[in-house]
Design a protein around this ligand. Structure first.
Ligand code: MG
Length: 386
């Protein structure tokens, strides 16, 4: 078992944390970042991740990744990397588990559709919506809205957003305006997210039959590890070949990231968290792995995300989201009571304003799971459905 090492001086800690927006008593028997993680796991938006997808729609098959299993994979990868680099594992886990909380139903198609609907009303960004979820929308405490997470977890969740929105976020947005770096833990989650989805999209793409092993032999990262697996287990094929290959790909990317980041950190010699913010990004693949990773992403974009069967679903998702948005904007009385109340309430401040009705409709639609959005669409548009 890898020993628990003391964290580096430039890791985020309770000592250098900017704390919570509302001061609370110290937690018992866990640290502040473990408390963040626990609050995230218990929140409503986290449970909804089970029925939200990235590429495939939730009802298409029980074995495809959902945003919940994706977030768990990101958490696992991020923790391993954080531990190896003597960084704050608990923070890396908290950011990983919450990084997709603000995602709409139907993956990127849903986000693009909702952003288009919100064009005149300040737009819709999923990272910003994840922050809105943990800062405002979760209703779990008597004393405050949201989950009152630590600054560092919120910084990791926000990742990036439009400059005009960053300007309205105070301290948290300043980093985006100044173009300085977030914590190394946040940087790790970014890359762990990429490692997780590139590799599970290969696996899900193959399982769905939309891409083939034959096609993937053109992708260097896949071919190299598939050949290695075949050398070790001659005659290996089918699911075992795919899994032997993808787990080697994940492992190679994680090891590369640890080694390359370690070298960058050593060269930059940061002494404190403040040095991390001022430095160039220190968590990065080596140049050769970055190139292989880009090639894999390019393959997935051309062959999976733009596959005609995926595009058909994208098209349908677009229609469902814009129909729902249009119906609720046309008559907010169709919204559940708490969303009606917010729609009729005061105009929200930037970056959520200025239209209370549009923002409340966006919150409601963004919170839907894939199947809930399809059901709502039937309820509102199919005669004979209730
Ligand atoms: Mg993700």
């Amino acid at each position: 078992m890898a020993e628990l090492a003391q964290c580096a001086d430039y890791a985020v800690s309770e000592g250098n944390s900017k704390g919570r927006r509302i001061t609370e008593a110290r937690p018992f028997a866990r640290n502040e970042f473990q408390r963040d993680r626990d609050r995230i796991v218990h929140c409503t938006a986290f449970r909804r991740l089970e029925y939200k997808t990235q590429v495939f729609v939730n009802h298409e098959g029980d074995l495809f990744r959902t945003r919940l299993t994706h977030s768990l994979e990101v958490g696992q990868i991020a923790r391993s990397i954080a531990r190896a680099l003597r960084l704050n594992e608990d923070l890396a886990e908290a950011i990983s588990l919450s990084h997709d909380l603000g995602h709409t139903p139907f993956g990127h198609a849903g986000q693009d559709a909702l952003n288009a609907c919100m064009n005149e009303y300040g737009g819709f960004e999923h990272n910003l919506q994840s922050l809105r979820t943990v800062d405002l929308l979760e209703e779990r405490y008597g004393a405050f809205d949201g989950l009152n997470l630590t600054y560092e977890t919120r910084e990791g969740i926000l990742k990036h957003c439009a400059i005009r929105n960053a300007q309205a976020l105070g301290d948290l947005g300043q980093r985006i305006i100044d173009k300085t770096q977030p914590s190394l833990e946040a940087q790790i989650c970014n890359l762990a997210d990429e490692i997780a989805y590139n590799n599970h999209d290969v696996d899900d793409g193959l399982r769905s039959g939309l891409v083939s092993v034959d096609q993937l032999e053109d992708v260097a990262l896949f071919a190299r590890h598939a050949n290695e697996a075949r050398r070790e287990y001659p005659g290996l094929s089918g699911r075992r070949l795919i899994h032997e290959t993808t787990r080697r790909m994940i492992n190679a990317q994680v090891i590369d990231l640890i080694e390359s980041s370690s070298a960058r950190i050593a060269a930059a010699a940061p002494a404190s968290l403040a040095d991390i913010h001022r430095a160039t990004p220190l968590i990065a693949f080596s140049a050769s792995m970055a190139a292989e990773n880009r090639a894999l992403k390019g393959f997935l974009r051309d062959n999976l995300y733009r596959h005609y069967q995926v595009l058909r679903m994208t098209n349908k998702a677009n229609r469902i989201i814009s129909d729902l948005f249009g119906a609720f904007m046309g008559d907010p009385r169709l919204l559940p009571p708490q969303y009606q109340a917010r729609a009729a309430g005061p105009a929200p401040d930037a970056p959520w304003g200025p239209d209370a009705k549009a923002r409340s409709v966006a919150d409601y639609v963004a919170g839907m799971t894939d199947r809930y959005a399809m059901r709502e669409h039937r309820r509102l548009f199919a005669v004979g459905e209730i």
